[in-house]
Design a protein around this ligand. Structure first.
Ligand code: URA
Length: 236
């Protein structure tokens, strides 16, 4: 692979910015300053450094973000800030997108990647990857919800939901809900279908990966290889 392509992909910067860095002698390969933008490197073996800092080669990036309220799950938005804008500079690169959206007012786990194939697998209802939410309600939860959700409810007249697992908690207004699909406003619409209303929503798990509770709101970190191997686990 050409060094300029490698740097621009790994750092999420343009080829012309990469060329300017080469001109400023900021890039080294195995300790030797790069002089030509078309130098060929082996991303798996060569040690490439920018400003003395080695770059760890990643074919794809997998990031866990603890989304705050008020931020949209999109790659671009004219009015509001997006989840991508919250990422620190070292995580930014071309092609990243949130795999599975949360509403603007929903908080918690957003999975951000540039691996389209994995995102597709994770989101396909066929794969039944669990998404777990902590839901705060306007009125106390009722025991009967458990069976209604487990049966697979119909929302808005004709939309059939897959069976979902509702777990009551010690707090009457708080339930945990595990879904296997991701319809538009699904949790809110399911709660409305039983005559209740969501006042706060937080996603805490996707597949076998739990939201890291050391991440403050708006913070992100890379998902480890070990965590990633559990993403498509069917059940926790
Ligand atoms: N269900 C919703 O209603 N909103 C979300 O953001 C996620 C699931």
């Amino acid at each position: 692979m050409r060094i300029d392509k490698f740097i621009s992909e790994q750092k999420g910067i343009s080829r012309s910015d990469t060329k300017a860095m080469i001109k400023r002698a900021e890039i080294t390969v195995n300790g030797t300053v790069v002089k030509a933008a078309d130098l060929k490197i082996d991303p798996q073996r060569d040690v490439v450094a920018v400003g003395g800092k080695p770059i760890t080669y990643r074919k794809f990036m997998y990031i866990m973000l603890n989304k705050p309220d008020g931020v949209v799950c999109a790659t671009r938005d004219g009015l509001s800030s997006t989840v991508l804008e919250l990422l620190p500079e070292e995580f930014r690169r071309k092609g990243l997108f949130p795999a599975g959206r949360l509403d603007k007012d929903t908080e918690g786990f957003v999975f951000i990647t540039d691996d389209g194939e994995l995102a597709h697998k994770m989101l396909s209802p066929k794969n039944h990857v669990e998404k777990e939410y902590v839901v705060t309600l306007e009125a106390p939860a009722e025991e009967k919800y458990i069976d209604i959700f487990a049966a697979g409810m119909i929302i808005d007249g004709d939309e059939k939901c897959l069976p979902a697992q509702l777990i009551l908690t010690d707090e009457p207004y708080v339930v945990r809900l595990i879904l296997h699909e991701g319809k538009y406003h699904q949790v809110k619409r399911m709660m409305e279908a039983v005559g209740n209303r969501v006042t706060h929503l937080r996603r805490v798990r996707m597949g076998g990966i739990e939201l890291d509770n050391t991440l403050a709101s708006g913070e992100s970190r890379e998902i480890t290889q070990d965590e990633l191997s559990h993403l498509l686990d069917k059940q926790m």
